[in-house]
Design a binder for this molecule. Structure first.
Ligand code: 6PG
Length: 252
């Protein structure tokens, strides 16, 4: 991934983390899965940023998880554990892992309780993440909210189980946060790279996709928060500056 995209994302996250720790004593972040964030996570854990972050005051959650063991190559936890969270004493990390190995429904119920308990312990009456990091699939999904699924219309739950039998792979059940949780965040950061995402980015920037259906990603509309898109040139494709886009965007 182009270094400037990774640097732009790392700089934004580090600044947000330190500002929130300064203001509230904690920084709670919802990590994205998939492959795009790998180099960002490695950068944050690397020599340029490691010492700039107050890891003991950072609380790591995931936006979604595949229902596999935490040692399985498809695990979003494992991807972050091997990059962002690598080489740190376990006791120094505050990790809230989605236990997908329990099965989607029990794991979703358990994770939702953990999230609600976390914010209640901080005297916050509902989940408000400082930062939600998201990717986007070529079908316009984000987290594990896929087109044509129940998760698109869920308005009560904060976390839900997602049966997943159709592409995109892996074809395993998922646990995902819902739009209710995403849209309650203070800041949402989309990190999107690669030419394969150029079409969906064009659709995401327009109000209605060519098929006339809104993509899942169109429902990311933080109530009080902001959206930042960080795209590399390949994903940005032929974006014209005049095109409407919710939030700020930078093209690396
Ligand atoms: C997942 C992710 C998913 C991901 C997109 C993009 O569990 O797969 O949460 O929403 O962000 O599918 O994936 P890539 O970064 O691999 O393109």
């Amino acid at each position: 991934m182009p270094v400037d995209v990774v640097e732009a994302a790392a700089k934004l996250i580090a600044a947000e983390a330190n500002a929130r720790i300064e203001a509230t004593g904690r920084f709670c972040v919802l990590l994205a899965g998939g492959s795009t964030p790998k180099s960002l996570y490695a950068r944050l854990a690397g020599p340029d940023y490691r010492a700039k972050l107050d890891w003991d005051r950072m609380d790591f959650f995931w936006g979604d998880e595949r229902c596999v063991a935490p040692t399985h190559p498809d695990s979003n936890y494992l991807m972050a554990a091997g990059t962002l969270l690598a080489d740190k004493p376990d006791h120094a990390l505050h990790i809230y892992r989605i236990q997908g190995e329990l099965g989607a429904v029990p794991a979703a119920e358990k994770y939702e309780r953990e999230i609600l308990d976390y914010f209640a312990m901080r005297g916050i009456d509902q989940p408000v993440f400082d930062l939600v990091l998201l990717g986007i699939g070529e079908d316009g999904h984000t987290a594990s909210i896929f087109p044509g699924t129940q998760a698109l219309i869920e308005r009560q739950k904060w976390v839900m189980a997602v049966p997943h039998r159709q592409p995109p792979p892996p074809l395993v059940d998922r646990v995902t946060v819902t739009f209710r949780l995403i849209n309650s965040a203070r800041q949402v950061l989309f990190l999107v790279t690669g030419a394969s995402k150029a079409d969906v980015i064009q659709q995401a920037l327009s109000e209605i996709s060519p098929a006339g259906r809104l993509l899942p990603v169109h429902q990311v509309q933080p109530v009080d928060g902001s959206i930042t898109w960080i795209l590399d040139r390949a994903a940005a494709g032929s974006i014209s500056p005049g095109q409407t886009i919710a939030g700020h965007f930078s093209i690396g």
